[in-house]
Design a protein around this ligand. Structure first.
Ligand code: SIN
Length: 482
């Protein structure tokens, strides 16, 4: 069987793409296991949107400013101009954002936004609510527990994918393929991403010669509880600071003002670096909620309230120790502003895995869910306007061992190396050391899935080495500094 559309990934970009595909098309969505384990599900803060047509110019300005001069302006304009329409579409389909008692949408403020323009749902459960809603709406077939291990590409045409489900490997063919597999969290020791976000598709892209762009721009979220034992560390949304939470050290000092006059509301790369430096000086850092009364906190941030009460923190009375952690990659598979992978006819990349250039060197808070909506819709529109004429072609399944016995050990070394040497503050010598370590691991007898991670890591490291000057989230420090 040949599908009309194959979508790799069941986060916001994949599911919203599927919703925009006409129902007479055969559409298949592939999801790793379990279905909800994706970054969309864990997104707390919300979706940024221009509040009204008057706000479009300012939203564009804020996005460009956060991107530190490296955004693709056209992509940013598309993002903001289409924001109101995609939000209206969600509302028309019945999605419920949080509203006041009169039914007016509630907008919150996050760092580096000039005004409150973040919509949220379920208080701090925007991603979870949206994911559930989009899944309920989809009429596409969803195949779970599937790991994509290769893209079947020849010249500028993608014919399908090779997958592993349980012990079985098989091929799936489609006329249009959209990669919506998310970011790279599992490359880092500390990250906020779903645990199955393991950079596989970026790795396949690197191995298959598809263009990767802006890979050095990795964003670290400043306020994360990293002391749990799970791979995914717990995010404390920016919206907390937007609504009054403060960052303090063990003496109760709001030290961020020593680093930037905007304090808690400085862009997240600045806040992350300030916290990192302060920790390196030997301080402990906390998120403090004394600005909130308990009733408000419980209603506005119910997930955080519940999770941290369960972890033994009496929030909002008690403060929580925090650290920055890897959160989002601005770079990815290079596409045009319709989501089409550069150089390919029928292959699209949408959401975090893609690089349209919309985020430049640093993403503005809460623009990622919006990106997932706007560019996935455009990718479908493009495929419908420029209908691709597909001639079927069969591919043999390559023999390869996906996992080998020592992989776990090397994965840990990779995560530690990325965190320590390709992290918040980078040094040329450490980037080179990271490259050497990754190359040494690649020369070991390792499984194919680990090879994909290494290919993604190498793309990040090489891009970081090539960019000699600090910009946005890529911060290079002279040797001898912190
Ligand atoms: C957050 O809620 O702080 C994360 C939002 C984002 O990554 O944009």
């Amino acid at each position: 069987m040949i599908y009309d559309y194959l979508i790799v990934g069941a986060g916001i970009a994949g599911l919203y793409a599927a919703l925009n595909i006409p129902s007479n098309k055969k559409t298949l969505i592939l999801a790793k296991d379990p279905l909800w384990e994706c970054n969309t599900f864990y997104a707390q803060g919300g979706i940024a949107t221009a509040v009204d047509s008057d706000d479009v110019a300012l939203h564009i300005e804020d996005t460009l400013k956060a991107g530190a001069g490296l955004c693709n302006r056209e992509a940013v304009e598309i993002l903001s101009r289409n924001s109101i329409a995609v939000i209206e579409d969600l509302l028309a389909r019945g999605f419920e954002f949080d509203t006041d008692e009169k039914g007016n949408l509630l907008f919150t403020k996050e760092a580096a936004h000039s005004r409150a323009r973040i919509l949220h749902a379920g208080g701090d459960a925007t991603g979870r609510e949206l994911h559930r809603f989009l899944l309920q709406q989809t009429e596409a077939t969803v195949l779970e527990g599937v790991v994509v291990i290769d893209l079947l590409i020849e010249d500028d045409i993608a014919y399908g994918v090779c997958v592993r489900q349980g012990a079985r490997e098989f091929t799936i063919y489609a006329k249009n393929i959209s990669i919506a597999s998310g970011g790279i969290g599992s490359l880092y020791e500390y990250h906020t991403n779903a645990k199955m976000i393991s950079a596989d598709l970026q790795g396949i892209a690197a191995m298959r010669g598809l263009p990767l762009k802006d890979m050095e721009f990795t964003q670290f979220h400043p306020t994360v509880f990293v002391y749990n034992t799970r791979a995914r560390k717990y995010l404390l949304t920016e919206a907390l600071r937007g609504e009054g939470a403060t960052v303090v050290d063990e003496r109760g000092e709001r030290f961020l003002f020593e680093y930037d006059p905007r304090g808690e509301l400085a862009p997240r790369d600045i806040v992350s670096r300030a916290i990192y430096r302060h920790q390196k000086k030997g301080h402990k850092v906390y998120l403090n909620f004394s600005a909130f009364n308990e009733e408000f906190f419980k209603k506005r941030f119910p997930t955080i309230y519940r999770n941290f009460q369960n972890l033994g923190f009496n929030v909002p009375k008690e403060q929580v120790p925090i650290s920055p952690a890897f959160h989002f990659i601005m770079g990815g598979i290079a596409t045009d502003t319709w989501g089409r992978v550069e150089g390919m006819q029928n292959l699209y990349a949408i959401g975090e895995v893609a690089c349209t250039g919309v985020h430049g060197a640093n993403r503005l808070a809460s623009n990622s869910l919006l990106e997932g909506l706007v560019f996935s819709k455009r990718a479908v529109e493009d495929s419908l306007i420029n209908e691709f004429s597909y001639t079927p072609k069969e591919f043999a399944i390559e023999k390869r061992q996906l996992v080998k016995s020592e992989d776990a050990k090397f994965k840990s070394l990779l995560r530690k190396t990325m965190w320590e040497k390709v992290g918040i503050i980078r040094k040329p010598s450490e980037l080179q050391e990271a490259k050497d370590i990754v190359t040494q691991i690649a020369n070991k007898p390792i499984g194919y899935l680990l090879r994909l991670r290494l290919a993604s890591a190498l793309a990040i490291i090489e891009a970081a080495i090539a960019r000699k000057k600090s910009v946005g989230a890529h911060y290079i420090e002279e040797e001898g500094g912190v």
